[in-house]
Design a binder for this molecule. Structure first.
Ligand code: DOR
Ligand code: ZN
Length: 346
């Protein structure tokens, strides 16, 4: 069996920098025509100037002949000004990313008080930039499995109301509450959904022992939440978008007494979504999810050209690279049921 789809886009990916960028980018560019690149580098991509420079490094790292467009994001901090937003827009930024300070990997420079950000959010709306939100509270009194649901109610719903012209994306939605919020929200609100949250529930963190390569943020949730995500994408709801949140880390940082969050999926991104849609009996919805919902929501043209997936299992390498800096991908040493067979118009 094979599936030919319009070339898709990834609406949330971590490409990093330097050697990791060089290794991750070909995986993403082989599958996606565009990708929204997260700005949580060290230091973060928090100025128009840094954004321009990072885009140039990404373009320089592209394999020869690749037809790939990075969509750049500005990292919001307590010090971001409306002028910086205007400068980022002039530099061709696509969106801004809101990390509540301390919520996840490299978010310490993030925002401590959302209410103080209102002038910046107004500037985003004015310049037509989307707001991409890591939707978790950082309150240590809130159980880590509840942080998304609490954020949606406490922070996100009021924010969407306060800014009636702003396009808002709840990134990597993981809960039934997050899904319900998007379903009920106005059409300018969407969510990205990762392949790993569609394929795994929180049991995967402890299958046969502690599994650091299944640790990400927001953390994997109960089966009923996974079901809610699968249902939303399987019914073809147009405001659930493909966003891998592929997040490479060196094995030494994952296999550690205090391992960091992030799952690398770019090596098999589309193939893993195909598995999830197949499980849901919704392979016929995969193309719209992967290639139409995103551009339609963001007001961008749909891609031309195609990619083809074949239902032919292959074994994922144990790692990409060598030594402590190697990146261990999802399904390392195990099989993925779909294989990328190539494409046209790429
Ligand atoms: O698992 C995650 N990894 N979640 C995030 O929010 C950040 C990401 C990363 O940058 O590693
Ligand atoms: Zn992310």
């Amino acid at each position: 069996m094979q599936l030919t789809l319009t070339r898709p886009d990834d609406w949330h990916v971590h490409l990093r920098d330097g050697d990791v960028l060089a290794r991750a980018l070909p995986h993403t560019a082989a599958r996606f025509r565009r990708a929204v690149v997260m700005p949580n580098l060290r230091p973060p991509v928090a100025t128009a100037e840094a954004l321009r420079a990072y885009r140039a490094r990404i373009l320089a790292a592209l394999p020869p002949g690749a037809d790939f467009e990075p969509l750049m994001t500005l990292y919001l901090t307590d010090r971001t000004t409306p002028d910086e937003v205007a400068a980022a827009a002039a530099a061709g930024a696509f969106a801004a990313k809101l990390y509540p300070a301390g919520a996840t990997t490299h978010s310490d420079a993030g925002v401590t008080d959302l209410r103080r950000l209102d002038p910046v959010l107004e500037a985003l709306a004015e310049h037509g930039l989307a707001l991409l939100v890591h939707g978790e509270v950082t309150d240590p009194d809130v159980d880590v499995f509840d942080r998304e649901a609490v954020f949606v109610e406490r922070e996100l719903a009021p924010l969407v109301e306060r800014h009636p012209r702003l396009r808002v994306v709840l990134e990597h939605v993981t809960t039934a509450e997050g899904v319900a919020f998007v379903r009920e929200a106005p059409p300018r609100v969407a969510a990205t959904v990762t392949a790993h949250h569609l394929l795994m529930n929180r049991n995967a963190l402890f299958a046969g022992g502690l599994r650091p390569h299944h640790y990400c943020l927001p953390v994997l949730k109960r089966e009923r939440h996974r079901r809610a995500l699968l249902e939303a994408v399987a019914e073809g709801h147009p405001r659930f978008l493909l966003g891998t949140d592929s997040a490479p880390h060196p094995a030494r940082a994952k296999e550690s007494a205090c391992g960091c969050a992030g799952i690398y999926t770019a090596h098999a991104a589309l193939e893993l979504y195909a598995e999830a849609f197949e499980e849901a009996g919704a392979l016929d919805r995969l193309e719209a999810f992967a290639a139409f919902h995103g551009p339609d929501f963001h007001g961008l043209p749909r891609n031309t050209g195609t990619v083809t997936l074949v239902r032919e299992p292959w074994t994922v390498p144990e790692a990409y690279g060598e030594g402590p800096e190697r990146v261990v991908p999802l399904r390392a040493g195990a099989t993925v049921r779909w294989r990328l067979a190539g494409g046209s118009g790429m």
